[in-house]
Design a protein around this ligand. Structure first.
Ligand code: MSP
Length: 723
């Protein structure tokens, strides 16, 4: 049997699900159902990426352990997927993969060892130890190149990640490297020999020119002291595996690669059966999937994926990426409350030209549901079936028009046979299949809707209500309704992967046995609908949505949400009913410590809401080391109005250099000899090219945040710890 393996990215388990997660998962679900119809054995993976600093930080904000936090987020994601019919119980994903699974640890370690034991195409070791200094964005979980961050801020020196608009950290430490730079030629040969490896074309071109420009080696480990919530490097427990290196491997460990335990648990050779697979991703994670991942697989000697297919992003009406922090993201629970699952699926697949970005808000979804579904498909189904009930007592009439009645039929505008209609339906089927296989889902749907328009016109031109008044036109009337109903049978099959529930309902209403999900659209033949079949109960498929009422309700919900967020002092801090269900067994209850809901907007590190008790434990507090320091020297920094440079004695062998943004409020000379409070275990970072080895604490006063140094009125020795 032919097999088909499709994956979504595994989503960061630090936040509540959003539109981006929903979209890729719907596309994967759609492709799986389509392939199943075509006779493929399918395997559909989705899941969560559960390691790294960002998840550790999010769990600390929510007063949970990382494990509790990821479990809570996973529960939310699974619930959301079930609400949208994407889970196994609804015929959706086969595995919800988690990178914290022990079998993944085993497989990832095996992968590392294999890559380490082999050589690059240029005959050098794949993995080597070096020293890394770079800008690291925790929300992205990646090191950033110069062009991926803003220039240093004139005052603070901070550089912001262009995606998250949050400061990146300067990280400098011992690290293992993957020799990606040796893979440029091998990758270019791959893109050349397999033009379909990266889809769509525009993304392929992007990657080819990136790789032509040369590749740099990638740091693939962090010191355990920097990132502890991660997989240990095999044979070197002081290091943990870089989260992207770990995460990408999930696509094969899920199939049992590298883990006897997983293979035994599954009881079959999933890897042999399903690999290579198709990776569906957003275009923002193209480099990792189309460059790093194939190079990693080449390094470990594992077969490459079938394809990497990148979609565009959902934007708000002003063209900004939907984000909880900006408050412009659609809320999935609101979406679910007001629209049917099939209407959302249809919208997602119809609206976005796959590969390009697309604007979305609640209103465009509603408009499409009303025009294309209620007014288009739904209306055609209900008018056809209602007339079969009314004129033929619920039994599907025959398509034949006897010889002697053909002239009369012709006068009413009805052909003696259905050849023309049937051949346009065949053409539409061809276009549909070709476009689906080409990832042009919007075009596939467009072509299906041309058929709806055509049959609608056919009915309106034939005027069945007039034919019904003439007994001599009984067969003509029957033929008109048969043709409409047979078209609907075809559409139920073609559209099944898009709208599983509604098409099943059409199927049943047409009195069909079997399952449209197991009917291959390529095998459909005109005339498959048996005359005499009794149609089922006629149920409205897509009731028209009252736009004024629904939009008013949605706007009210959005307003309430905003107010709630403002009162909590943080956009995106709350996630309504969805979020409060995220409490984890064993974590504090609402009356003790109200657990902060996981943040929605996958990669956003939103600050905890004010006024909500997000306590840290003593264990968290003791991680911050604060000491008394004496300012030995203080001076201004050329070209900086804000920064002062100090040397401060913390009772250590050497005084430290520390920078502080207080130059507008203090004369440096007056600070010499002053005892201050210093955070002494803060990771060193560079400001204006100078390393700062700690932070001087100050109160922030008034609207403009005037700094007032924390100081001591009694005599204290340098280096004394603040507790
Ligand atoms: N954990 C990594 C993926 C590792 S795969 C081995 C990750 N996770 S994520 O949760 O941040 O993002 C997952 C997906 O959501 C990405 O494909 C990303 O493109 C997608 N989206 C996030 N916001 C989006 C939109 N506004 N629109 C469409 N998809 C977007 O990256």
């Amino acid at each position: 049997m032919k097999s088909f393996y499709v994956t979504t990215p595994i989503y960061y388990a630090n936040s509540l699900p959003h539109m981006g997660h929903l979209y890729t998962t719907v596309v994967a679900d759609f492709l799986t159902r389509y392939r199943r119809q075509r006779g493929f054995e399918t395997y559909f993976l989705t899941g969560t990426d559960e390691h790294g600093t960002n998840i550790e930080r999010a769990s600390a904000r929510a007063a949970r352990t990382p494990r509790e936090h990821v479990d809570a987020v996973v529960a939310e994601l699974k619930k959301m997927f079930a609400d949208f019919g994407l889970d196994g119980a609804h015929g959706g994903y086969d595995i919800f993969m988690r990178t914290t699974e022990p079998f993944h640890y085993e497989g990832a370690a095996e992968f590392w060892r294999r890559a380490a034991a082999r050589q690059t195409p240029k005959g050098r070791e794949n993995i080597y130890k070096g020293f890394y200094e770079g800008l690291f964005c925790a929300p992205c979980g990646t090191f950033k190149t110069e062009d991926e961050v803003t220039p240093a801020d004139a005052e603070s020196g901070a550089r912001l990640c262009l995606i998250h608009e949050r400061p990146v950290d300067m990280v400098s430490e011992e690290s293992y490297f993957f020799r990606l730079s040796d893979y440029d030629e091998a990758l270019l040969a791959l893109y050349e020999s397999r033009p379909d490896f990266i889809r769509p074309e525009v993304r392929r071109n992007e990657v080819v020119s990136l790789v032509r420009g040369g590749l740099q080696d990638v740091s693939i480990s962090r010191l355990k002291t920097s990132v502890s919530w991660a997989i240990p490097v095999p044979g070197d427990p002081d290091h943990t595996v870089y989260i992207w290196f770990d995460a990408l491997i999930n696509y094969i460990t899920a199939l049992g690669w590298g883990s006897d335990e997983r293979r035994a648990a599954v009881g079959e050779d999933l890897f042999g059966k399903f690999w290579p697979g198709v990776h569906l991703i957003g275009k923002d994670i193209l480099r990792q999937h189309a460059v790093l991942w194939p190079a990693m697989l080449l390094a470990a000697g594992v077969e490459l994926p079938r394809a990497v297919v990148a979609h565009g992003l959902w934007l708000d009406q002003t063209g900004r990426k939907g984000s909880k922090t900006l408050g412009n993201a659609l809320e999935l629970p609101t979406l679910r409350r007001h629209y049917s699952v099939d209407a959302v699926r249809y919208f997602l697949l119809r609206e976005m030209s796959f590969g390009q970005d697309c604007k979305v808000d609640y209103e465009v979804i509603l408009d499409r549901a009303n025009s294309d579904l209620a007014g288009g498909l739904g209306n055609l189904v209900s008018r056809t079936l209602t007339m079969i009930r009314k004129y033929f007592d619920g039994a599907v009439p025959a398509d034949d028009i006897p010889e002697e009645r053909r002239l009369q039929a012709k006068r009413a505008g009805v052909d003696s046979d259905a050849v023309e209609l049937a051949s346009s339906l065949e053409l539409v089927r061809e276009q549909f299949i070709r476009n689906v296989e080409d990832y042009a889902f919007h075009r596939a749907l467009e072509s299906a809707w041309t058929m709806i328009a055509r049959v609608d016109k056919f009915i309106s031109d034939a005027k069945p209500w007039e034919l019904a008044r003439d007994e001599a036109q009984r067969e003509t009337l029957g033929a008109v309704l048969y043709r409409a109903a047979e078209t609907l049978r075809w559409l139920a099959v073609l559209l099944h992967p898009v709208m599983p529930e509604s098409t099943r309902s059409v199927w049943q209403q047409l009195g069909q046995a079997g399952d449209p999900g197991r009917t291959d659209p390529a095998e459909l033949k005109w005339g498959g609908l048996a005359a005499g079949a009794r149609i089922g109960e006629v149920a409205p498929l897509f009731p028209r949505i009252d736009k004024a009422k629904t939009m008013a309700e949605i706007e009210k919900e959005v307003e309430q949400k905003k107010e709630q967020q403002q009162s909590q002092g943080s956009p995106g801090a709350s996630s309504g009913t969805h979020a409060t269900q995220a409490a984890v067994p064993g974590s504090p209850t609402a009356t003790e410590v109200k657990p902060e809901p996981p943040q929605q907007g996958a990669t956003e590190a939103t600050p905890p809401p004010e006024g909500v008790a997000t306590f840290i434990t003593i264990d968290d507090f003791v991680k911050v080391e604060m000491r008394v320091g004496e300012i030995l020297t203080a001076e201004r920094i050329p070209k900086s109005d804000k920064l002062l440079k100090f040397t401060i004695d913390l009772g250590e062998a050497e005084p430290r250099q520390i920078l502080a943004g207080i130059a507008e409020h203090y004369e440096p000379e007056k600070l010499v000899g002053r005892k201050v409070a210093v955070v002494s275990n803060l990771k060193p970072r560079k400001l204006r090219g100078l390393e700062s080895q700690g932070m001087v604490l100050a109160a922030s006063v008034g609207e403009e945040g005037r700094p007032v140094l924390a100081t001591f009125t009694e005599d204290v020795p340098n280096g004394a710890r603040l507790k």
